[in-house]
Design a binder for this molecule. Structure first.
Ligand SMILES: Nc1ncnc2c1ncn2[C@@H]1O[C@H](COP(=O)(O)OP(=O)(O)OP(=O)(O)O)[C@@H](O)[C@H]1O
Ligand SMILES: [Mg+2]
Length: 271
């Protein structure tokens, strides 16, 4: 499966090279300052994990990268050039693809249709261009199979797949269409142990294919299994920013649990 991802990945990707760089990035929603002073680099061939409690600013951070919301402070650079995205389409044109937890797919549409959503193969000229349905079914079937995603029937609604399989189809689609940066917002949040493992394997495969991966999670164990770089956000600011060799799983877990707060809670609960 790693081979297939590697084949579709951009050949110009060099491990360690910065694809996205943020300096002093901040975002306010009216009077609410959701994010401030964020310095972050997403490098090719690395998994950058963004951790943090509810409301920490994780989704806001990736919405800026994926073009859903413009940042209000600081600088966002892609391939060394400053940008402000006006729409997700603009981010996608820079090779930045986002898999949202719930919005990754259209549940009632067939698997193959979801695979090609927005990038259908057509023949002839607009507006009379017809969709090449047989071809799309064959390609989707072949690509998913090669990536080890076994779907009983490519015509079944994607809503009938398991949550893990759906995430994998969304990741496979992003890579097939040439993403260079893959942003995953809590892809394992609703999954059991086994399905999480499958998704984490895809995260690792995308990294090995040279993509820059941004992995949002609440789970330090999942983060540590695949992460090269770790950022913890709290109330919109960075409280930890370390490479894998600078931080242990225990330290990450303690930081995420909010060590002092947990001790206080234990005291309050009288245990
Ligand atoms: N569209 C919005 N308008 C106003 N405030 C917002 C908006 N989106 C987010 N916020 C606020 O910004 C802060 C950060 O929210 P964000 O969704 O980025 O957190 P998060 O880390 O993704 O949390 P979760 O783990 O719950 O998904 C919160 O205080 C939230 O209330
Ligand atoms: Mg969120």
């Amino acid at each position: 499966m790693t081979d297939t991802l590697a084949r579709h990945a951009d050949r110009a990707l060099h491990a360690g090279e910065p694809l996205i760089e943020m300096t002093g990035v901040g975002k306010s929603y009216g009077a609410i300052r959701a994010l401030r002073g964020i310095d972050l680099s997403v490098n090719a061939g690395e998994v950058t994990c963004v951790l943090g409690d509810n409301g920490a600013g994780k989704s806001t951070l990736i919405k800026i990268m994926s073009g859903l919301h413009p940042h209000s402070e600081g600088r966002l650079s892609v391939d060394g050039r400053p940008v402000t995205f006006g729409s997700p389409r603009e981010a996608l044109d820079h090779g930045i693809a986002t898999v949202y937890q719930d919005l990754a797919v259209v549940p009632l549409m067939e698997v193959w249709r979801n695979f090609f959503l927005g990038s259908e193969i057509r023949s002839g000229r607009y507006p009379l261009a017809g969709m090449r349905i047989r071809r799309m079914k064959a390609v989707a079937d072949e690509e998913l199979r090669k990536m080890g995603i076994v779907v009983r029937d490519i015509d079944q609604p994607i809503g009938t797949l398991s949550g893990g399989q759906r995430q994998c189809v969304a990741i496979a689609r992003a890579v097939y269409f040439g993403a260079r940066v893959l942003i995953l917002d809590e892809p394992t949040a609703a999954l059991g142990v086994k399905q999480s493992g499958v998704v984490l394997k895809y995260v690792a495969a995308a990294r090995d294919a040279g993509l820059g991966v941004v992995f949002i999670t609440h789970n330090p164990h999942h983060a540590y299994l695949v992460g090269d770089h770790f950022v913890i956000l709290k109330l919109g600011a960075t409280v930890l920013d370390k490479n894998r060799n600078q931080v242990s799983l225990d330290e990450l877990t303690a930081q995420m649990a909010g060590g002092d707060e947990l001790a206080e809670l234990s005291h309050e609960l009288g245990r």
